[in-house]
Design a protein around this ligand. Structure first.
Ligand code: GLN
Length: 201
């Protein structure tokens, strides 16, 4: 059976995520067709969904203008997996502490939009992630800081004592960009792995 994945592409280049999803699928014997989504009407056909990084103010406005926001909510409501990275996590949060971001309230966290960015624009760090057997090479680019986490949110990884990867039901959110390294274990964890499985590289 072929699975259908959607990468929200209202802003920026998303080809790295599309590749990562296909490769992650292969690792689990799944054939995946990936759609780049710029209009409403496609998300309802998707089994897996990815909300990438970019600029959260712009992404949230475009999602709303196109009516894609409601479709993402229905996707998660139906318990289908969503991976939200960097600005995608900001948009998925319950509070981005910025009125220009219309949050989707899918991940019960409060985020500080450019917290890491103010210290350092971009850096890479090896991260211990729950469910992965070896550290994940995490690339942070003007990354948000998760500063409050709801009771039902599982923290999957921390950097410098702060959560940087979380799971809330079918949604995994990361402060970093898992698509910018050849390692597809985060995409595997979000979309293809059983909860108890430890993913080897
Ligand atoms: N800090 C950016 C924002 O607020 C996100 C940066 C990113 O996605 N790399 O949207």
């Amino acid at each position: 059976m072929t699975l259908t994945a959607g990468v929200i592409a209202v802003q920026g280049d998303v080809s790295e995520h599309a590749d990562a999803i296909r490769r992650a699928g292969e690792a689990h014997g799944e054939d995946v067709t990936v759609h780049e989504i710029r209009k409403s009407g496609i998300v309802p056909d998707c089994d897996l969904l990815l909300l990438p990084g970019g600029e959260s103010t712009t992404i949230s406005r475009l999602l709303h203008d196109e009516g894609i926001d409601e479709e993402i909510l229905a996707h998660v409501e139906a318990d289908k997996p969503l991976l939200a990275t960097c600005a995608g996590l900001i948009v998925s949060s319950t509070d981005a502490k910025d009125d220009r971001v219309r949050t989707l309230d899918l991940v019960d966290v409060t985020v500080d939009r450019n917290a890491f960015g103010r210290q350092k624009d971009s850096f890479e760090a090896p991260l211990d992630v729950a469910g992965l057997d070896e550290p994940f090479p995490a690339v942070f680019i003007r990354a948000p800081l998760i500063d409050e986490v709801g009771d039902d949110v599982e923290v999957l990884a921390e950097w410098d004592g702060k959560p940087v990867a979380v799971r809330d039901g079918p949604v995994i959110g990361t402060s970093f960009h898992p698509e910018l390294t050849p390692d597809v274990r985060l995409h595997r964890l979000a979309f293809f792995a059983a909860e108890a499985e430890q993913l080897a590289r």
